[in-house]
Design a protein around this ligand. Sequence first.
Ligand SMILES: [Zn+2]
Length: 185
Amino acid sequence: MEREQILRALRDGNERYVRERGTELIGGVPGVVPAHRPVAVVIGCSDARVPVEQVFDQPPGSLFIVRVAGHVLEPAALASILYATRELEVRLVIVLGHQACGAVRATLAGTTDEALLPLVAPIAARLSTVGDEGFCEDSATRTNTRAAVAEVEAYLREVTPELVGLVTVRGAVKSLDSGEVEWLE
Ligand SMILES: [Zn+2]
């Protein structure tokens, strides 16, 4: 599709949304701003094949989502998690990796593109912690996800120790073949 067609599709889509489902967050009360009450934080990859609400079949308004390629946790992403846990009192944080992640692949390929370093360097650092395991793509994906879980836990311990023991952080990996989510232990 050309850009103009894409924009038209987005405008049309929003018109349909407003007409058909625009009040779905507020129980059909037009003009009332809905309360922000997510039940979980999901830290996912930007990959378009991993639409978080759809993957978990959850309604709009239920998930507080942070999406960065390779779920790299830069400061604003971490602060977003802090906001959700401390201010919105969310008690479950999920890191959602996925099969065939381009960011993981670029890291394994040893890309030297400097502009991509903010993305691949943190993933390379995560993989380096387990040595050779990182060289198989599937295990690298799991390692990247587990490492992000550890990063979130360490961050919350440091920044908001009063929430230790109250917030659970879990890792999961989505298969693109089947759509199935594997929960990591
Ligand atoms: Zn990805």
